[in-house]
Design a protein around this ligand. Structure first.
Ligand SMILES: Nc1nc2c(ncn2[C@@H]2O[C@H](COP(=O)(O)OP(=O)(O)O)[C@@H](O)[C@H]2O)c(=O)[nH]1
Ligand SMILES: [Mg+2]
Length: 252
């Protein structure tokens, strides 16, 4: 079993891309299992095989511990790690070729508390990779681009998984996409764009951050996809195959 963790800021398209990847792999003859790790989600655009909501229930936690919705969501996320044996058993029973793990809506609850990194490290799988989703509509300036790249690097550090960086919602940012993709592969063009946009303290900060991100090997580019139209899915699948199967792609 090869496992793909979907990670990104709230609303970046994790759940919708999960369903797209499911459709893509399934159409190509692979057996895909779906694990939902978001205890607070109400509706999902796919059917889960394994669901953390069967083990942690936000409403019961609110009642039992006299918590409001926020406290209850934090506690529910913290409880994910304690359910790993049950979730692993269910996943092993499904025994898919690929397991897609849709992570909690709020990235900080998954990546920056103890439960998410524990789960990412200890879920047993032959191969693991994270797709980090850069929400296209949030990248309105080169400075925003760098701050989301910084978040991606920070989350990589937290989860300890290899990372593929994906740019979502390309259908909504047609006028920006060329610039964003250029910034993601060409450091000089990004530095120029930052020099045109930022000044003073924020210029110094963003340039220093950018240089350390570059040193950390971030600049391998973003994979553009639209979860609305499906554009870019075959390219994303090819990149996933390279990472997960060392080049062996699912049959077309
Ligand atoms: N137009 C467009 N909308 C998207 C795309 N990806 C996600 N959305 C929408 O953005 C919202 C949040 O997506 P969701 O998958 O729930 O994000 P999550 O919080 O990361 O799981 C939903 O209304 C989706 O329909 C995309 O590529 N293009
Ligand atoms: Mg979601």
């Amino acid at each position: 079993m090869k496992t793909i963790f979907m990670v990104g800021t709230a609303g970046s398209g994790k759940s919708l891309l999960t369903s797209r990847i499911f459709d893509y792999y399934t159409r190509n003859g692979a057996f895909v299992g779906m694990l939902n790790l978001d205890p607070a989600v109400e509706n999902l655009p796919y059917t889960c095989d394994v669901d953390v909501r069967d083990y942690v229930d936000i409403v019961s936690i609110m009642r039992q511990y006299d918590l409001g919705p926020n406290g209850s969501i934090i506690m529910a996320n913290d409880l994910i790690a304690s359910k790993i044996d049950e979730l692993q058993r269910e996943v092993d029973n499904v025994n898919p070729d690929y397991l897609i793990v849709d992570t909690p809506g709020q990235i900080e609850l998954f990546a920056y508390r103890a439960s998410g990194p524990f789960f990412a490290q200890n879920l047993a799988a032959e191969q693991k990779v994270m797709l980090f989703l850069h929400d296209g509509v949030l990248i309105t300036t080169p400075t925003n681009f760098v701050s989301i790249a910084l978040l991606a690097s920070s989350v990589k550090l937290r989860l300890g998984l290899s990372q593929i960086n994906v740019l979502t919602k390309t259908d909504l940012i047609e006028d920006k996409i060329k610039d964003i993709l250029k910034w993601s592969t060409n450091m000089a063009s990004l530095e120029d764009a930052i020099a045109n946009q930022a000044d003073g303290e924020s210029y110094t900060l963003v340039m220093n951050l950018l240089r350390s991100l570059n040193v950390g090997g971030f600049a391998q580019g973003l994979i553009p996809v639209s979860n609305a139209t499906g554009e870019g899915m075959s390219n994303l699948q090819a990149v996933l195959s390279r990472v997960l199967n060392l080049g062996e792609e699912v049959e077309d």
